[in-house]
Ligand binder design. Sequence first.
Ligand code: SF4
Length: 375
Amino acid sequence: MTFDNVIEGHSWDDITRQIAEKTPEEVREALSPGMMDSGGTDIDRFISLVSPAADEALEEIAQRAQLITEQRFGRIVGLYAPMYLSNSCTNSCLYCSFNASNQIDRETLSVEQAVSEARHLHDEGFRHILLVSGEDLKAVNLNYLKEVVSSLRPLFDSISIEIYPMETDQYRELAQSGVDGLIIYQETYNKDLYAQVHEAGKKTDYRWRIETPERGGAAGFRRIGLGSLLGLDDWRTEAVYLAMHARHLMRKYWRSQVTISFPRLRPAVGGYEPPCPVSDRDLVHMLTALRVFLPDAGILLSTRESKEFRDNMIPLGVTSMSAGSCTQVGGYTGNSATAGQFEIADHRTPEEVAETIKNIGYEPVWKDWDAAFIR
Ligand code: SF4
């Protein structure tokens, strides 16, 4: 049974109503020691944790999140960097600069240019890289990806991809080339809204997209990353679907670590305005509630967020951060004048981010995985 089958039994409006009806008593029950000790993973408990009734318990949820994170992960923060291979895209997502309808210069790195960009990141200390691209099979096909990955393997201990959805066999080939992580955001779990914001291209297929993490799990990726694009719809309802999705994958692909990202919409070419802006407090609530509900999930925070916000979130659940990011193709080596995918908010260098992590009392980790572990 795929996650799309699972959510057939849940309507968006019904979950939104359940969230609104939660009471402070139900929140207290969800936070009770008995529930914590039993590792209660009943989704009804999570609905209580993200409800408006839980707003007043945010301090307590945050303290629980901090305790759980330290118990499970210690005081470490993994560092990674995204690297854009191509901004060419055949989809039309209203919120993205790379939308096929936007008049921007399109560029795809050659394998040699990709190695040069990656070497720059390697020299900055990174050993975990995230390869990003739009969805254009003519620009970024499987053979190209395999060639890039094979060329980068000597430089990086962990290579993740955030590209378009693929078939399981294609993911298997990438895993054999050296990819160990897959990130794929559903953007919104609301099917009606999904249809509105994805106007053209293969990405209009909700089912193809939502079943992608399962194809990644079947292909054996060690990390599978999920996320909702925050600002598109009500964050509380998105959080409930995200929690259900993560729990489904954790049970089905228990060998893989599930990670969750919290991409808040940022200014991009096209000027899309978020219909449901998510405040800092909302984001703290969502992130810490997910940490309490899913103690073993990796939690990622990108440079979409300001340095102040990122620094404050480190103790509350974050396990990995991007640093020194550039969202332009070829941006690290200064060979690009193309538009970035979105504006970043934390402009510190990787070294500055690592220094701050140390000052907060945590350890920045450039490498937390080596394929040799499973050989
Ligand atoms: S979000 Fe991805 S698929 Fe959509 S336009 Fe941007 S790059 Fe293309």
